[in-house]
Design a protein around this ligand. Structure first.
Ligand code: FAD
Length: 407
Protein backbone atom coordinates (compact mmCIF):
# COMPACT_ATOMS: atom_id res chain seq x y z
CA UNK A 1 0.00 0.00 0.00
CA UNK A 2 1.38 3.46 -0.94
CA UNK A 3 2.04 6.16 1.61
CA UNK A 4 -0.90 8.42 2.43
CA UNK A 5 -0.62 11.83 0.74
CA UNK A 6 -0.35 14.93 2.95
CA UNK A 7 -2.63 17.94 3.20
CA UNK A 8 -1.31 21.03 4.95
CA UNK A 9 -3.67 23.10 7.10
CA UNK A 10 -2.48 26.59 8.05
CA UNK A 11 -3.93 27.68 11.41
CA UNK A 12 -5.11 25.75 14.45
CA UNK A 13 -8.25 27.71 15.32
CA UNK A 14 -11.68 26.10 15.39
CA UNK A 15 -11.64 25.82 11.57
CA UNK A 16 -8.18 24.25 11.28
CA UNK A 17 -8.58 21.78 14.14
CA UNK A 18 -12.07 20.65 12.99
CA UNK A 19 -10.80 20.28 9.42
CA UNK A 20 -7.79 18.23 10.60
CA UNK A 21 -10.11 15.74 12.33
CA UNK A 22 -12.50 15.57 9.38
CA UNK A 23 -9.84 15.32 6.63
CA UNK A 24 -7.97 12.58 8.51
CA UNK A 25 -10.95 10.36 7.66
CA UNK A 26 -10.35 10.72 3.94
CA UNK A 27 -7.06 8.90 3.51
CA UNK A 28 -4.81 11.96 3.94
CA UNK A 29 -2.12 12.61 6.47
CA UNK A 30 -2.70 16.08 7.85
CA UNK A 31 -0.08 18.56 9.05
CA UNK A 32 -1.46 21.59 10.92
CA UNK A 33 0.93 24.58 11.14
CA UNK A 34 0.05 27.12 13.78
CA UNK A 35 2.05 30.33 14.13
CA UNK A 36 1.42 30.66 17.89
CA UNK A 37 4.03 28.93 20.02
CA UNK A 38 1.38 27.76 22.45
CA UNK A 39 -2.35 27.35 22.05
CA UNK A 40 -4.19 29.62 24.42
CA UNK A 41 -7.74 30.74 23.79
CA UNK A 42 -9.03 34.06 24.98
CA UNK A 43 -11.12 34.13 28.14
CA UNK A 44 -14.48 34.11 26.44
CA UNK A 45 -17.39 31.83 25.70
CA UNK A 46 -18.85 30.59 22.45
CA UNK A 47 -22.37 29.48 21.54
CA UNK A 48 -22.56 26.08 19.83
CA UNK A 49 -25.76 25.62 17.86
CA UNK A 50 -27.20 22.21 16.79
CA UNK A 51 -25.72 22.38 13.26
CA UNK A 52 -22.21 22.68 14.76
CA UNK A 53 -23.02 20.14 17.50
CA UNK A 54 -23.99 17.55 14.88
CA UNK A 55 -20.56 17.75 13.21
CA UNK A 56 -18.70 17.69 16.52
CA UNK A 57 -20.74 14.64 17.57
CA UNK A 58 -19.91 12.96 14.25
CA UNK A 59 -16.24 13.59 15.07
CA UNK A 60 -16.77 11.71 18.35
CA UNK A 61 -16.59 14.77 20.60
CA UNK A 62 -20.15 15.00 21.94
CA UNK A 63 -19.49 13.50 25.38
CA UNK A 64 -16.51 15.75 26.03
CA UNK A 65 -18.45 18.80 24.87
CA UNK A 66 -21.54 17.90 26.91
CA UNK A 67 -19.34 17.61 29.99
CA UNK A 68 -17.73 21.04 29.54
CA UNK A 69 -20.71 22.97 28.14
CA UNK A 70 -23.92 24.37 29.58
CA UNK A 71 -27.34 24.04 27.96
CA UNK A 72 -29.08 27.37 28.62
CA UNK A 73 -32.78 27.43 29.43
CA UNK A 74 -33.72 30.29 27.11
CA UNK A 75 -32.50 33.26 25.10
CA UNK A 76 -34.22 36.27 26.64
CA UNK A 77 -34.32 39.28 24.33
CA UNK A 78 -34.84 42.62 26.07
CA UNK A 79 -35.03 46.27 25.21
CA UNK A 80 -31.69 47.53 26.53
CA UNK A 81 -32.91 51.00 27.41
CA UNK A 82 -36.25 50.15 29.11
CA UNK A 83 -35.47 46.60 30.28
CA UNK A 84 -38.77 45.26 28.82
CA UNK A 85 -38.75 41.57 27.84
CA UNK A 86 -39.42 41.37 24.08
CA UNK A 87 -39.20 37.60 23.50
CA UNK A 88 -37.98 34.49 25.24
CA UNK A 89 -36.79 31.61 23.07
CA UNK A 90 -36.97 28.28 24.90
CA UNK A 91 -33.65 26.95 23.58
CA UNK A 92 -33.78 23.88 25.84
CA UNK A 93 -36.36 22.63 23.32
CA UNK A 94 -33.67 22.57 20.62
CA UNK A 95 -32.60 19.11 21.79
CA UNK A 96 -36.03 17.79 20.73
CA UNK A 97 -36.65 20.12 17.84
CA UNK A 98 -33.28 19.58 16.13
CA UNK A 99 -31.94 16.44 17.82
CA UNK A 100 -29.00 18.43 19.23
CA UNK A 101 -28.90 20.99 22.00
CA UNK A 102 -27.95 24.63 21.96
CA UNK A 103 -24.88 24.92 24.17
CA UNK A 104 -22.50 27.52 25.48
CA UNK A 105 -18.91 26.60 26.25
CA UNK A 106 -15.68 28.31 27.24
CA UNK A 107 -13.47 28.73 24.16
CA UNK A 108 -10.50 27.25 26.00
CA UNK A 109 -12.54 24.10 26.76
CA UNK A 110 -13.61 23.71 23.14
CA UNK A 111 -10.03 24.25 21.99
CA UNK A 112 -8.59 21.66 24.38
CA UNK A 113 -11.24 19.11 23.33
CA UNK A 114 -10.29 19.65 19.67
CA UNK A 115 -6.53 19.66 20.35
CA UNK A 116 -6.72 16.46 22.42
CA UNK A 117 -8.66 14.77 19.63
CA UNK A 118 -6.14 15.98 17.03
CA UNK A 119 -3.24 14.66 19.13
CA UNK A 120 -4.94 11.27 19.41
CA UNK A 121 -5.80 10.98 15.71
CA UNK A 122 -3.56 8.78 13.63
CA UNK A 123 -2.00 10.64 10.70
CA UNK A 124 -2.47 14.17 12.10
CA UNK A 125 0.41 16.27 13.37
CA UNK A 126 0.25 19.73 14.87
CA UNK A 127 3.32 21.99 14.64
CA UNK A 128 3.30 25.06 16.87
CA UNK A 129 5.37 28.18 16.24
CA UNK A 130 5.12 27.44 12.52
CA UNK A 131 4.50 30.17 9.95
CA UNK A 132 4.77 29.55 6.24
CA UNK A 133 7.83 31.31 4.80
CA UNK A 134 7.67 30.18 1.20
CA UNK A 135 5.70 27.85 -1.07
CA UNK A 136 7.01 26.18 -4.21
CA UNK A 137 4.48 24.46 -6.48
CA UNK A 138 5.89 21.82 -8.83
CA UNK A 139 4.35 18.74 -10.50
CA UNK A 140 1.15 18.82 -8.41
CA UNK A 141 3.14 19.06 -5.19
CA UNK A 142 3.56 21.97 -2.80
CA UNK A 143 6.89 22.34 -1.01
CA UNK A 144 6.07 24.50 1.97
CA UNK A 145 9.03 25.96 3.83
CA UNK A 146 8.37 26.99 7.41
CA UNK A 147 9.97 30.02 9.03
CA UNK A 148 12.55 29.36 11.70
CA UNK A 149 15.99 27.96 12.28
CA UNK A 150 15.07 24.46 11.21
CA UNK A 151 13.61 25.71 7.90
CA UNK A 152 11.45 22.60 7.81
CA UNK A 153 9.86 21.76 4.43
CA UNK A 154 6.48 20.03 4.20
CA UNK A 155 5.52 18.30 1.00
CA UNK A 156 1.77 18.40 0.47
CA UNK A 157 -0.79 17.71 -2.23
CA UNK A 158 -2.86 20.70 -1.13
CA UNK A 159 -3.03 23.65 1.27
CA UNK A 160 -6.03 24.65 3.38
CA UNK A 161 -5.87 28.20 4.73
CA UNK A 162 -7.62 28.20 8.12
CA UNK A 163 -5.64 31.22 9.24
CA UNK A 164 -8.48 33.51 10.22
CA UNK A 165 -9.82 36.84 9.07
CA UNK A 166 -6.36 38.29 8.33
CA UNK A 167 -5.30 35.15 6.42
CA UNK A 168 -1.93 35.09 4.67
CA UNK A 169 -2.91 32.00 2.63
CA UNK A 170 -5.55 34.21 0.98
CA UNK A 171 -2.75 36.00 -0.93
CA UNK A 172 -2.16 32.79 -2.89
CA UNK A 173 -5.64 33.07 -4.42
CA UNK A 174 -6.14 35.58 -7.24
CA UNK A 175 -8.99 37.96 -6.51
CA UNK A 176 -9.59 36.73 -2.94
CA UNK A 177 -11.40 39.40 -0.92
CA UNK A 178 -9.59 41.35 1.78
CA UNK A 179 -11.06 41.90 5.25
CA UNK A 180 -13.27 44.97 5.58
CA UNK A 181 -13.64 46.85 8.87
CA UNK A 182 -17.30 47.11 9.94
CA UNK A 183 -16.89 50.14 12.23
CA UNK A 184 -17.90 47.91 15.15
CA UNK A 185 -15.93 46.43 18.00
CA UNK A 186 -16.64 43.49 20.28
CA UNK A 187 -15.88 44.11 23.94
CA UNK A 188 -15.57 40.97 26.03
CA UNK A 189 -15.14 40.04 29.62
CA UNK A 190 -15.89 37.20 32.04
CA UNK A 191 -17.44 37.99 35.40
CA UNK A 192 -16.80 35.38 38.10
CA UNK A 193 -20.22 34.34 39.41
CA UNK A 194 -19.38 35.72 42.86
CA UNK A 195 -18.89 39.22 41.39
CA UNK A 196 -21.92 39.13 39.08
CA UNK A 197 -24.71 41.62 39.82
CA UNK A 198 -27.43 39.84 41.82
CA UNK A 199 -30.03 40.97 39.27
CA UNK A 200 -28.25 39.07 36.48
CA UNK A 201 -30.20 35.99 35.34
CA UNK A 202 -27.51 33.32 35.07
CA UNK A 203 -29.34 30.26 33.69
CA UNK A 204 -29.90 31.54 30.19
CA UNK A 205 -28.61 33.75 27.42
CA UNK A 206 -29.47 37.45 27.87
CA UNK A 207 -29.61 39.62 24.76
CA UNK A 208 -30.13 43.36 25.25
CA UNK A 209 -30.82 45.51 22.18
CA UNK A 210 -30.36 49.27 21.96
CA UNK A 211 -29.39 52.15 19.69
CA UNK A 212 -26.05 51.43 17.99
CA UNK A 213 -25.11 48.61 20.37
CA UNK A 214 -26.17 45.34 21.96
CA UNK A 215 -24.99 43.21 24.83
CA UNK A 216 -25.05 39.42 25.26
CA UNK A 217 -24.29 37.39 28.38
CA UNK A 218 -24.44 33.72 29.23
CA UNK A 219 -23.04 31.30 31.78
CA UNK A 220 -19.73 29.61 31.00
CA UNK A 221 -16.84 27.75 32.68
CA UNK A 222 -19.30 25.19 34.08
CA UNK A 223 -21.46 28.01 35.50
CA UNK A 224 -18.58 29.55 37.48
CA UNK A 225 -18.53 32.71 35.36
CA UNK A 226 -20.70 34.83 33.11
CA UNK A 227 -19.40 35.60 29.64
CA UNK A 228 -20.26 39.14 28.51
CA UNK A 229 -19.93 40.52 24.98
CA UNK A 230 -20.90 44.06 24.05
CA UNK A 231 -20.90 45.02 20.38
CA UNK A 232 -20.68 48.74 19.81
CA UNK A 233 -20.21 51.08 16.91
CA UNK A 234 -16.66 52.30 17.25
CA UNK A 235 -14.17 53.49 14.67
CA UNK A 236 -11.15 51.41 15.72
CA UNK A 237 -9.40 48.69 13.74
CA UNK A 238 -6.36 46.90 15.10
CA UNK A 239 -5.55 43.19 14.71
CA UNK A 240 -5.71 40.76 17.65
CA UNK A 241 -8.29 39.42 20.08
CA UNK A 242 -6.92 40.88 23.25
CA UNK A 243 -6.37 44.62 23.23
CA UNK A 244 -7.30 45.85 26.72
CA UNK A 245 -10.47 47.99 26.69
CA UNK A 246 -10.95 50.88 29.11
CA UNK A 247 -13.97 49.96 31.26
CA UNK A 248 -14.74 53.68 31.80
CA UNK A 249 -15.30 54.00 28.04
CA UNK A 250 -17.72 51.07 27.88
CA UNK A 251 -19.49 52.16 31.08
CA UNK A 252 -19.99 55.60 29.53
CA UNK A 253 -21.24 54.02 26.30
CA UNK A 254 -24.04 52.21 28.16
CA UNK A 255 -24.82 54.85 30.78
CA UNK A 256 -28.28 55.63 29.38
CA UNK A 257 -29.28 51.94 29.32
CA UNK A 258 -31.39 50.17 31.91
CA UNK A 259 -29.91 49.65 35.41
CA UNK A 260 -29.39 45.89 34.86
CA UNK A 261 -27.17 46.55 31.84
CA UNK A 262 -25.26 49.28 33.67
CA UNK A 263 -24.68 46.86 36.54
CA UNK A 264 -23.21 44.31 34.08
CA UNK A 265 -20.86 46.71 32.29
CA UNK A 266 -19.56 48.26 35.48
CA UNK A 267 -19.07 44.94 37.33
CA UNK A 268 -15.83 43.79 35.72
CA UNK A 269 -12.78 45.78 34.77
CA UNK A 270 -10.90 43.25 32.61
CA UNK A 271 -12.40 44.15 29.24
CA UNK A 272 -10.69 43.19 26.00
CA UNK A 273 -11.73 44.41 22.61
CA UNK A 274 -11.62 43.12 19.07
CA UNK A 275 -12.28 45.03 15.84
CA UNK A 276 -14.93 43.25 13.79
CA UNK A 277 -13.88 42.73 10.18
CA UNK A 278 -15.75 40.73 7.56
CA UNK A 279 -14.67 38.93 4.41
CA UNK A 280 -17.09 38.97 1.49
CA UNK A 281 -18.02 35.30 0.84
CA UNK A 282 -18.65 36.01 -2.86
CA UNK A 283 -14.91 36.28 -3.58
CA UNK A 284 -12.94 33.18 -4.72
CA UNK A 285 -11.83 30.79 -1.94
CA UNK A 286 -9.81 28.34 -4.02
CA UNK A 287 -7.14 28.24 -6.68
CA UNK A 288 -5.59 25.01 -7.88
CA UNK A 289 -4.93 22.93 -4.75
CA UNK A 290 -5.18 25.81 -2.27
CA UNK A 291 -8.42 26.68 -0.51
CA UNK A 292 -9.73 28.72 2.42
CA UNK A 293 -12.06 27.74 5.25
CA UNK A 294 -13.63 29.48 8.26
CA UNK A 295 -13.00 33.18 8.81
CA UNK A 296 -10.24 33.18 6.19
CA UNK A 297 -12.90 32.52 3.54
CA UNK A 298 -15.98 34.26 4.92
CA UNK A 299 -15.62 36.07 8.27
CA UNK A 300 -19.07 37.38 9.20
CA UNK A 301 -20.50 39.71 11.83
CA UNK A 302 -21.24 37.77 15.02
CA UNK A 303 -24.96 38.67 15.35
CA UNK A 304 -26.23 35.12 14.74
CA UNK A 305 -23.33 33.45 16.59
CA UNK A 306 -22.58 31.32 13.51
CA UNK A 307 -18.97 32.13 12.46
CA UNK A 308 -17.43 29.14 14.19
CA UNK A 309 -20.42 26.96 13.30
CA UNK A 310 -19.79 27.73 9.61
CA UNK A 311 -16.10 26.87 10.05
CA UNK A 312 -17.10 23.51 11.59
CA UNK A 313 -19.57 22.84 8.76
CA UNK A 314 -16.83 23.80 6.23
CA UNK A 315 -14.64 21.06 7.73
CA UNK A 316 -17.36 18.44 7.20
CA UNK A 317 -18.09 19.46 3.60
CA UNK A 318 -14.39 19.73 2.76
CA UNK A 319 -13.86 16.15 3.93
CA UNK A 320 -16.82 14.94 1.88
CA UNK A 321 -15.49 16.63 -1.26
CA UNK A 322 -12.02 15.11 -0.75
CA UNK A 323 -13.69 11.70 -0.42
CA UNK A 324 -15.73 12.10 -3.57
CA UNK A 325 -12.80 13.44 -5.67
CA UNK A 326 -10.06 10.92 -4.90
CA UNK A 327 -6.69 11.81 -6.36
CA UNK A 328 -7.75 15.30 -7.44
CA UNK A 329 -7.40 17.86 -4.67
CA UNK A 330 -7.99 20.87 -6.95
CA UNK A 331 -11.38 19.59 -8.10
CA UNK A 332 -12.27 18.57 -4.51
CA UNK A 333 -11.55 22.16 -3.41
CA UNK A 334 -13.61 23.58 -6.29
CA UNK A 335 -16.50 21.28 -5.32
CA UNK A 336 -16.20 22.28 -1.66
CA UNK A 337 -16.38 25.96 -2.59
CA UNK A 338 -19.42 25.38 -4.81
CA UNK A 339 -21.23 23.44 -2.05
CA UNK A 340 -20.49 25.88 0.73
CA UNK A 341 -20.88 29.27 -0.91
CA UNK A 342 -24.70 29.47 -1.15
CA UNK A 343 -25.28 28.53 2.49
CA UNK A 344 -22.45 30.64 3.88
CA UNK A 345 -23.51 33.66 1.80
CA UNK A 346 -27.11 33.33 2.98
CA UNK A 347 -25.92 33.18 6.58
CA UNK A 348 -23.43 36.02 6.12
CA UNK A 349 -26.23 38.26 4.80
CA UNK A 350 -28.69 37.14 7.50
CA UNK A 351 -26.11 37.99 10.20
CA UNK A 352 -25.59 41.42 8.64
CA UNK A 353 -29.34 42.10 8.62
CA UNK A 354 -29.64 40.88 12.21
CA UNK A 355 -26.99 43.47 13.17
CA UNK A 356 -29.00 46.23 11.54
CA UNK A 357 -32.10 45.14 13.52
CA UNK A 358 -30.24 44.72 16.81
CA UNK A 359 -28.70 48.21 16.63
CA UNK A 360 -31.73 50.02 15.16
CA UNK A 361 -32.77 53.45 16.42
CA UNK A 362 -36.02 55.49 16.46
CA UNK A 363 -39.06 54.17 14.61
CA UNK A 364 -37.17 51.18 13.21
CA UNK A 365 -36.32 50.08 16.75
CA UNK A 366 -39.93 50.60 17.83
CA UNK A 367 -41.20 48.45 14.96
CA UNK A 368 -38.56 45.77 15.71
CA UNK A 369 -39.69 45.61 19.34
CA UNK A 370 -43.36 45.40 18.36
CA UNK A 371 -42.58 42.66 15.85
CA UNK A 372 -40.56 40.65 18.37
CA UNK A 373 -43.40 40.80 20.88
CA UNK A 374 -46.09 40.02 18.29
CA UNK A 375 -44.37 37.27 16.31
CA UNK A 376 -44.11 34.88 19.23
CA UNK A 377 -41.37 32.45 20.06
CA UNK A 378 -42.65 29.58 17.91
CA UNK A 379 -42.39 31.59 14.69
CA UNK A 380 -39.03 33.09 15.68
CA UNK A 381 -37.77 29.52 16.19
CA UNK A 382 -39.17 28.40 12.82
CA UNK A 383 -37.37 31.27 11.07
CA UNK A 384 -34.05 29.79 12.16
CA UNK A 385 -34.81 26.19 11.19
CA UNK A 386 -32.74 26.51 8.00
CA UNK A 387 -29.69 27.35 10.10
CA UNK A 388 -29.98 24.66 12.74
CA UNK A 389 -31.31 21.71 10.69
CA UNK A 390 -28.13 21.45 8.54
CA UNK A 391 -26.62 17.94 8.58
CA UNK A 392 -23.14 16.70 7.66
CA UNK A 393 -22.60 14.22 4.84
CA UNK A 394 -21.31 10.63 4.96
CA UNK A 395 -17.65 11.27 5.87
CA UNK A 396 -18.64 12.68 9.26
CA UNK A 397 -22.02 10.95 9.46
CA UNK A 398 -25.27 12.31 10.80
CA UNK A 399 -25.91 11.12 14.34
CA UNK A 400 -29.17 13.05 14.82
CA UNK A 401 -31.54 10.85 16.84
CA UNK A 402 -34.32 9.56 14.61
CA UNK A 403 -37.05 10.87 16.93
CA UNK A 404 -35.81 14.50 16.59
CA UNK A 405 -37.96 17.19 15.02
CA UNK A 406 -41.21 16.34 16.73
CA UNK A 407 -41.78 19.88 18.02
C1 FAD B 1 -17.53 38.79 19.55
C2 FAD B 1 -17.62 37.51 18.79
C3 FAD B 1 -18.45 36.50 19.24
C4 FAD B 1 -18.58 35.33 18.52
N1 FAD B 1 -19.41 34.36 18.98
C5 FAD B 1 -19.60 33.24 18.25
C6 FAD B 1 -20.48 32.22 18.70
O1 FAD B 1 -21.07 32.33 19.78
N2 FAD B 1 -20.66 31.12 17.92
C7 FAD B 1 -20.01 30.98 16.72
O2 FAD B 1 -20.23 29.97 16.02
N3 FAD B 1 -19.13 31.92 16.29
C8 FAD B 1 -18.90 33.04 17.01
N4 FAD B 1 -18.02 33.98 16.59
C9 FAD B 1 -17.23 33.75 15.37
C10 FAD B 1 -16.04 32.83 15.67
O3 FAD B 1 -15.33 33.26 16.80
C11 FAD B 1 -15.12 32.77 14.47
O4 FAD B 1 -15.86 32.63 13.29
C12 FAD B 1 -14.17 31.58 14.59
O5 FAD B 1 -13.43 31.65 15.78
C13 FAD B 1 -13.23 31.53 13.39
O6 FAD B 1 -12.35 30.44 13.54
P1 FAD B 1 -11.13 30.27 12.52
O7 FAD B 1 -10.44 29.02 12.96
O8 FAD B 1 -11.61 30.38 11.12
O9 FAD B 1 -10.19 31.53 12.76
P2 FAD B 1 -9.32 31.93 14.04
O10 FAD B 1 -10.00 31.60 15.30
O11 FAD B 1 -8.92 33.36 13.83
O12 FAD B 1 -8.04 30.99 13.95
C14 FAD B 1 -7.00 31.22 13.02
C15 FAD B 1 -5.74 30.54 13.52
O13 FAD B 1 -4.72 30.65 12.53
C16 FAD B 1 -3.51 31.06 13.12
N5 FAD B 1 -2.76 31.79 12.09
C17 FAD B 1 -3.03 33.00 11.58
N6 FAD B 1 -2.13 33.30 10.63
C18 FAD B 1 -1.28 32.25 10.54
C19 FAD B 1 -0.15 31.97 9.73
N7 FAD B 1 0.27 32.83 8.80
N8 FAD B 1 0.48 30.77 9.90
C20 FAD B 1 0.04 29.88 10.83
N9 FAD B 1 -1.03 30.10 11.63
C21 FAD B 1 -1.68 31.27 11.48
C22 FAD B 1 -3.94 31.95 14.28
O14 FAD B 1 -2.92 32.05 15.27
C23 FAD B 1 -5.17 31.18 14.79
O15 FAD B 1 -4.83 30.16 15.70
C24 FAD B 1 -17.86 35.16 17.31
C25 FAD B 1 -17.00 36.17 16.86
C26 FAD B 1 -16.89 37.34 17.58
C27 FAD B 1 -15.97 38.42 17.07
Amino acid sequence: MGERPTLLIVGAGIAGLSAALAVARTGFNVVVCERATELTELGAGIQLSPNAGRVLAGLGLDNAIAEAAIEPVSIDIRNGTSGTLLASLPVREFRHRYGFPYRVIHRADLQSILVNAVRQTHGVSLILGATVADVLHRDDLYFVKLKGDRGEVITALGIVGADGVRSATRHRIDGARSPTPTGRTAWRTMIPLDNAPTSLPVGGVGLWLGPGAHLVHYPTAGGAAVNVVAIVEEDWDKPGWNTPGDYRWIAERFNTWTADVRAIVTAPTGWQKWAINTVDPEGPWSQEATTLIGDAAHAMVPFLAQGAAMAIEDAADLADCLSTHPGNVASAFAAYEAVRRPRVTRLWNAAKRAGERYHATGTTALLRNLALRAVGTRLTMTQNDWIYRWRPGPTIGDTTPTDAGRL
